[in-house]
Ligand binder design. Structure first.
Ligand SMILES: [Zn+2]
Length: 243
């Protein structure tokens, strides 16, 4: 895992508005040094992708994490302070590459969803279509009675496969139970590390660029020169500049 330079992090920050979040998550894995390129990043199961992003987030910003989301019932902003270390999976992900399920008279052999599946699913018009697409992409083969190949999955098969996939790739589906202080109703917040990391990187970039602005205005240094300063020197010069 990499401790990227501020310039590299700013490059990743610039990609946020240009990429769909699932595709941005793959670019982040490459900058984190977890994967060589976006192709290999896309082949990681969603659970391992998210655990790697979570580990990288902890190394960049520490363990304290503030999750904010509107209450689904009354829209009041729910705030959840937590320790990101608590969300790190204590167990290694499943080691098998393929799994089996019999449903509706069909024997299915399938794999776990990966980052590329999520990029494809994000282009679907709705949740049902996305689930069906993921299930279909993850099927390695499907055989009906007498061993004849089956082309299309029934709605029941898609439901059961989706359920199995979320159980098997458990680190991919982290939910946090929160009670709303305003309407007192409880809800499950889905913890999705990629958009959280993007939001945090956005805040970091705003701070970083305002420091560059302050030092460039004061000393006439270039962005490149300022980003190359160690954090200790940068903050000392900022203090001297009265910024
Ligand atoms: Zn509420």
């Amino acid at each position: 895992m990499n401790a990227p330079t501020p310039a590299r992090l700013l490059d990743l920050w610039e990609l946020i508005p240009t990429l769909e979040p699932q595709a941005w998550a793959l670019a982040a894995l490459v900058v984190a040094g977890v994967e060589e390129d976006e192709r290999s990043a896309g082949a990681q199961s969603v659970g391992s992708r998210d655990q790697a992003l979570l580990a990288w987030r902890r190394s960049l910003f520490g363990d304290a994490l503030l999750l904010t989301e509107p209450c689904p019932y009354c829209e009041e902003l729910l705030e959840l302070e937590m320790d990101a270390g608590m969300l790190a999976s204590p167990l290694p992900g499943p080691r098998e590459d393929e799994f089996f399920l019999s449903v509706d008279g069909i024997d299915l052999r399938f794999r776990l969803p990966d980052g590329d599946d999520m990029v494809a699913a994000a282009r679907c018009p709705g949740v049902q279509e996305a689930r069906a697409l993921i299930a279909t992409r993850c099927v390695l083969d499907a055989t009906g009675p007498g061993g004849r190949p089956v082309d299309a999955l029934s709605a029941l098969a898609i439901d059961q496969m989706s359920e199995r996939l979320s159980l098997l790739d458990e680190p991919a589906d982290i939910r946090l139970h929160v009670a709303c202080a305003s309407c007192t109703r409880s809800s499950d917040l889905v913890f999705d590390i990629a958009p959280i990391l993007a939001q945090e990187l956005d805040l970091w970039a705003a701070r970083c660029l305002s420091e560059v602005h302050a030092l460039a205005s004061m000393y006439g240094w270039t962005e490149h020169e300022i980003l190359a300063l160690s954090p200790a020197r940068r903050s000392r010069y900022l203090a001297l500049a009265g910024a």
